[in-house]
Design a protein around this ligand. Structure first.
Ligand code: URC
Length: 296
């Protein structure tokens, strides 16, 4: 029976990086979580413990901090590209790198109606994300949002589904629709893209479509959001969603002799429906290792 080493990668996960840039007395804060994963011929360390090709994960972490000092972090996509190209370009045995960056925003605190110079409050749970995969002189960029929580209190129906002996769900032509959007979009190419503008416009498109599309299912809303992004943003080849259906159930007030006209809901946190899907441009380039190549 033969046994051999399969796909593998290694790196430092979730390096917490906060930077403060001072512009006069006004401070600018960035809050990132950076993960690196390096690939290459790493059979020696796995088979014999020979670490001569293993750039320590501690060094990878230090590189993140040193790069943040040496050059303004800038857009997370550019920061990830610089890191990935550095690891692949400087380590002979490392042929690929995957760098993931998550950004948490902080809002300036308002004091007496004016934004404070150096005090912030954390804004919601939403994060901007990117994963950059570098091989030699090529790169693939997949960016996204996590935890973009949205709710509409009407403009959503759900009916026409199969009824079997286990069905209890009541059809509705007016319900709350709520979800926390996790979206990942794959860019065509990695040069000449205005990452900040693209992120801002995609986020706006997602929100506007969620708000305005009359929904017959969360699945239909998912597709509409993806289609709108691909129509508006030529730099995007494909977009994936993971949408938890944050159910809001009407509370039965009849025991109290009260009618509930879509006013009082129980917001359940689990279980939740989980609606996932991809919307893709027909003529899109092959994704390369942007989606694939995961070890686990
Ligand atoms: O938008 C929905 N999609 C479903 O697949 C589903 N299933 C369910 O119970 N409620 C809903 N809502």
């Amino acid at each position: 029976m033969g046994i051999s080493l399969g796909p593998n990668q290694y790196g430092k996960a979730e390096v917490r990086l906060v930077t403060v840039r001072r512009a006069g007395g006004v401070h600018h804060l960035r809050d990132l979580t950076v993960s690196s994963a390096l690939r290459g011929d790493l059979s020696a360390t796995h088979l014999t413990g020979d670490n001569s090709a293993v750039l320590a994960t501690d060094t990878q972490k230090n590189t993140v901090y040193a790069f943040a000092k040496q050059q303004d972090v800038g857009e997370i996509e550019d920061f990830a590209l610089r890191l990935g190209q550095h690891f692949v370009g400087t380590q002979e045995k490392i042929t690929g790198a995957r760098i993931s960056v998550e950004e948490q925003e902080w809002d300036r605190i308002t004091v007496d109606g004016a934004p404070h110079d150096h005090s912030f409050s954390r804004s919601g749970g939403e994060r901007r994300t990117t994963t950059v995969t570098v091989y030699a002189d090529r790169a693939w960029v997949v960016s996204g949002v996590d935890g973009l929580v949205v709710l509409k209190s009407t403009g959503s129906e759900f009916h026409g589904y199969p009824k079997d002996e286990y069905t209890t769900l009541v059809e509705t032509d007016d319900r709350i629709l709520a979800t926390a959007v996790t979206a990942r979009w794959r860019y065509e190419g990695f040069t000449g893209i205005d990452w900040a503008k693209s992120h801002r416009e995609i986020r706006r498109t997602l929100l506007e479509t969620f708000a305005t599309k009359h929904s017959l299912s969360l699945q239909q809303t998912l597709y509409a959001m993806g289609e709108a992004v691909l129509q508006a943003r030529p730099e995007v080849a494909e977009i994936r969603f993971s949408l938890p259906n944050k159910h809001h159930f009407l509370v039965d007030l009849s025991p109290f002799g009260l009618e509930n006209h879509n006013e009082v809901f129980y917001a359940a946190d689990r279980p939740y429906g989980l609606i996932e899907g991809t919307v893709v441009r027909d003529e899109a380039e092959e994704p390369g290792p942007a989606w694939t190549d995961a070890v686990l």
